[in-house]
Design a protein around this ligand. Sequence first.
Ligand code: ADP
Ligand code: MG
Length: 339
Amino acid sequence: MRRIHELPKIVVDQIAAGEVIERPASVVKELVENSIDAGSGKISVYIEEGGRKSIIVSDNGSGIYPDDVGLAFRRHATSKIQSVDDLLLTRTLGFRGEALSSISSVSHVRLRSRTRDLETGVEYSVSPGQEGILTDWTGSPGTTIEVRDLFHNLPVRLKFLKSASTEQSQIQETITLLALGHPEVQFHLSVNGRTSLALSTRDDRRLRLLDLYPGLEEKDLSRAVLEGEGIRVEALVLTPEKNRKDRKYQNVFLNRRWIRHPGLLQAISQGAAGRVHKDVHPGAWIWIEMVPDKVDVNVHPTKREVRFLETDRLFSLVRRVVSEGLDSFLNGSRTDPEN
Ligand code: ADP
Ligand code: MG
């Protein structure tokens, strides 16, 4: 019988990374979420070779204090919650304190950051299993994180990556979904040195959506809003003429986070029943706002799966908001999106 031993920190981090960092797009998701949580108004992403060679995310957010930088890379170190109870209140996208430690266990990372109240910021470079190196850095307030040679120390993960162009479109999709949840933030994506997405600040979700889907026009979308008892559901429903066979045009956001929830997709279909052709998926972007204590977001490390306390009322609101949106196309009285 082998004796029991504790795993070294690097192995623990790599096992955790297996859940959070599946592919380059997961790195982009985690870093951009951190930038959003830091209150950034502008976030730029640069990728090379589908993110495998390098991913850089740069923001103009709060920055990190020099003393905190080393901690930020430790597992379960976070500035976002203090206790489990805080999960019921938290509105941040992150709270598990796993992303930076996971990413730095499977790539070379360099962080540069400065807070607004300090003259000098820091640069921190770290590679898997090694001590990080901290130096002074002067630059504008905000944070830039560079991730190089992702999975260079995990040949199996590397083998599972798809072509650069597939990984690249996953990254584009990831940014699209983050941008739909945060229209007030400017986003820029550069792929191999060329701009592939440039989104200016929008005060309206419909405008952000139209920026992201060039094939759609204003008249293709109908807006409907329903609210009550702590839940607000806003929908932009697509004209039945432009529905697709895939679910590209079906997206649900909970408190600005894109989520995967089969029950909600079913509610969309039910709301559209009899109003759209059976062979297509009704197009609808749904933003749900609800008090965080009615939902458990701590179900999966990527937080894309959530559990609701009261599904009946929520599903009924979603069904109704989709029916309403579609009816305005069918009876020709499409609601003015401004109202
Ligand atoms: P989490 O987001 O769950 O807290 P992370 O590992 O993603 O965990 O980040 C650890 C901590 O590092 C965050 O709590 C935050 O304080 C800090 N941090 C990470 N990225 C940024 C950023 N872009 N701007 C400011 N602070 C950041
Ligand atoms: Mg995070």
